[in-house]
Design a protein around this ligand. Sequence first.
Ligand code: SF4
Length: 331
Amino acid sequence: MTRSSNMSKILQKSFDTESFSREEAMEILDLSDDCLLTLLDLVYVIRKKYKGNTVGIQILTNARSGNCSQNCAYCAQSRDSKAGISKYRLVPYEKLLHDGHIARDKNLARHCIGLSGIRFNDSEINEFADYVKNLKKEVGTHICCSIGFLTLQQARKLKDAGVNRINHNLNTGRNFYSSICTTHTYDERIANIRMLQGIGFEICCGGIIGLGESKTDVIDMLFEIRDINPQSVPINFLIPLEGTALAAADTSHLSPEYCLKILCLTRLLMPKSDIRCAAGREVYLKGKEKLMFYAVDSIFASGYLTAGGQSIEDTIKLVTDAGFQYKIESA
Ligand code: SF4
């Protein structure tokens, strides 16, 4: 069987939502680079069927920064990081309101709000829930929060306040997890996501490529995420940050072709989810960014939690120049 007929067979499975084998997933990642355009072409058919030609653009506010008790090796906010980032307990409400207005006025899909830390006390959650309530009243955008592990009661409080979606990433494959974090477990992450899903939150769950993991770890992670069936799947490509344990990480294997194959595989495994190319696209896709839209339907503008990124105007231009429309999503 030729490579492209084998690929068509794999794609048919994605249409039929039949289960994909790990071997088939590995075939996609191992595909020779000169087959990439064929793969993108075939994946686009699936992307078009479920997501049309639209791209959701999100902005991210870092609402609480630094001083985390955890030791995630990639993170500038971790307890072991020496990165020169600003640290604060909670941004003033005016900052969230300002960013919320940008999201609304520029017709962006969603306002994502990240808070460093793994556990919060009830008064911190109550304070943040009040922020969200006011934000929903004054701006009304779709809100997604990244906010560590919550108790059931805290999660309900945030749901009642108006949070629509919660981001909680798995970050990498189960077998590799202890190489990047030892202060909490993979299963704790999964249990938190399941609890949030159980009370009706939309889930955003993705990972980071370039932590030192193997292709098998990437596939393990994507299969775990597929089992969760999240509404949104952010795929980040590591930006090694000065002062973090992974400052000197070798990311030379993150060629534009490899990154695009991972994005294609993510789409194939989760055809109906929002697939987001998150941090690192500006660094690793190098002139091939437009090709990512054949697989992904979601990107960030204006930077990431502790790393800069492309401006909102330039991001909108990237989307429209590639022949796609950017999307407004109501709360
Ligand atoms: S990724 Fe989250 S939990 Fe891990 S160190 Fe950073 S802020 Fe803390």
